[in-house]
Design a protein around this ligand. Structure first.
Ligand code: ATP
Ligand code: MG
Length: 404
């Protein structure tokens, strides 16, 4: 019996695409190959609306799984044994796979890509199921079984496996153009960034800091968050922009009620300047309507007015607990709850404006003589590139080898 291992990947929303589906598929394959770089595989191939990774080392399944979880567009990925589409072989391979594993119930989920196989999916389920039942004396449970043995018949071959990971679905990064994400070390903006990555948007980040008035800690927290988010696009860039001088100017020249709104407008203007330089059409923010007093619709209008392009707010309608759940799932929550002093919270007055009047905000801002402060802030921005530790570790290994 000849058998080989591979990973079978099902995509998500791409399946709903029409004429341009193959363009999305090609991007997804490219992203998978990049994500798996450094792990053994011979080819990543499209076959009957599925993606197969061949020539893998099955003992490293956990490494593949961890990487594939970060590729947007994937519905799920299963470690498979590839055999000829012969029912007796399927039975024995399925039984061999479960040997030594703990489970109290199981099911078989067969699917046929070609309908001319002599058995229906249901017949395969029953035949393989009976074999497993008599081998392991465990009951079949169709709902919530401990063990789901997946069998897929694709172009004359059978693929059998039970180790599966779920992806986040959505669309492959780089299929939906680019955006600038305004990121703090809070809970929300990492989640809003993630939500847009999931829609296939490639992100460049901008973070505003008030060093040296605030500690380096908030910058470090942002860097840690970016290391996590970089995993979804392998690499990302961030502009770390000093805002302190602009904030001091605003605080000197305007009533404290409007500070936060004017800080935000300054951030949006600088983010728009970066977007213009990079020809990026949209900005992203982590605002959620009503979450804090500053995020009222009137305030959102008063800040958004400073932008020359759309600001997407993927969290606008989410509840805080939903946002926290996503932050936990993607691994940014623990970093976001570390103490830090944010550039805005640090200077927040006791009674900030909760229902800003746009005309008053515009007039107040027009009276501030910012001079060249915006271009100067941008000139002093530090641009850093982040890579996910899986890849960084590789380059450190390389460095160590060189210095040996
Ligand atoms: P977060 O948890 O993302 O910090 P928040 O609930 O603290 O959000 P605000 O402080 O009102 O909300 O900020 C609203 C949005 O403005 C943030 O989600 C983020 O997109 C952007 N923002 C806030 N502070 C910064 C900063 N220092 N640098 C870049 N963007 C920021
Ligand atoms: Mg914040």
């Amino acid at each position: 019996m000849t058998e080989a291992f591979c990973i079978l990947i099902h995509y998500h929303e791409i399946a709903l695409k029409g004429k341009n589906r193959s363009w999305f598929e090609r991007r997804l394959i490219k992203n998978i190959k990049r994500q798996l770089s450094g792990l053994p595989f011979s080819k990543v191939q499209l076959n009957a609306a599925r993606i197969f990774c061949f020539g893998i080392d099955e003992s490293m399944w956990n490494d593949y799984a961890q990487r594939l979880r970060k590729v947007m567009g994937i519905k799920h990925a299963i470690l498979m044994t590839q055999v000829k589409d012969d029912i007796d072989t399927m039975k024995s391979v399925a039984a061999a796979q479960l040997k030594g594993l703990e489970f109290s119930s199981f099911r078989v989920s067969a699917r046929r890509q070609y309908k001319d196989f002599h058995l229906s999916s249901q017949e395969i389920n029953i035949m393989v199921g009976q074999h497993l039942q008599s081998t392991y004396l465990k009951p079949v449970k169709l709902k919530n079984a401990d063990m789901d043995v997946v069998i897929e018949l694709v172009k004359g071959m059978a693929y059998i496996g039970h180790e599966r990971i779920y992806g986040f679905g959505g669309l492959p990064v780089k299929t939906s153009e680019q955006a600038i994400s305004m990121i703090s070390s809070g809970i929300d903006s990492p989640v809003s960034s993630f939500e847009m990555l999931k829609r296939g948007v490639e992100l460049t980040y901008v973070h505003f800091h008030s060093a040296p008035a605030t500690s380096r800690q908030s910058i470090q927290n942002v860097e840690e968050i970016l290391t996590v988010l970089a995993g979804f696009q392998i690499q990302c860039r961030v502009y770390m922009v000093p805002l302190l001088e602009i904030q001091q100017k605003i605080m000197a020249d305007t009533p404290n009620k409007l500070w936060v709104i004017l800080f935000r407008r300054a951030m949006i203007k600088i983010a728009s300047m970066i977007a213009e330089q990079l020809a990026i059409p949209a900005l992203i923010s982590g605002e959620s309507v009503g979450q804090v007093a500053s995020q009222t619709l009137s305030n959102i209008r008063a800040t958004a007015d400073a932008a020359d392009r759309p600001i997407l707010r993927p969290l606008a309608g989410l509840n805080k607990e939903d946002i926290i759940r996503i932050a936990e799932k993607i691994g940014t929550y623990e970093i976001s709850i570390e103490p830090y002093d944010d550039c805005c919270s640090f200077f927040v007055p006791i009674h900030p404006e909760t229902k800003a009047d746009l005309e008053i905000v515009r007039k107040t801002e027009a009276n501030i003589d910012f001079g060249k402060m915006f271009t100067t802030a941008l000139k002093h921005a530090e641009i850093k590139t982040f890579e996910h530790p899986d890849y960084v570790r590789k380059s450190i290994d390389r460095l160590e080898k060189v210095s040996d």
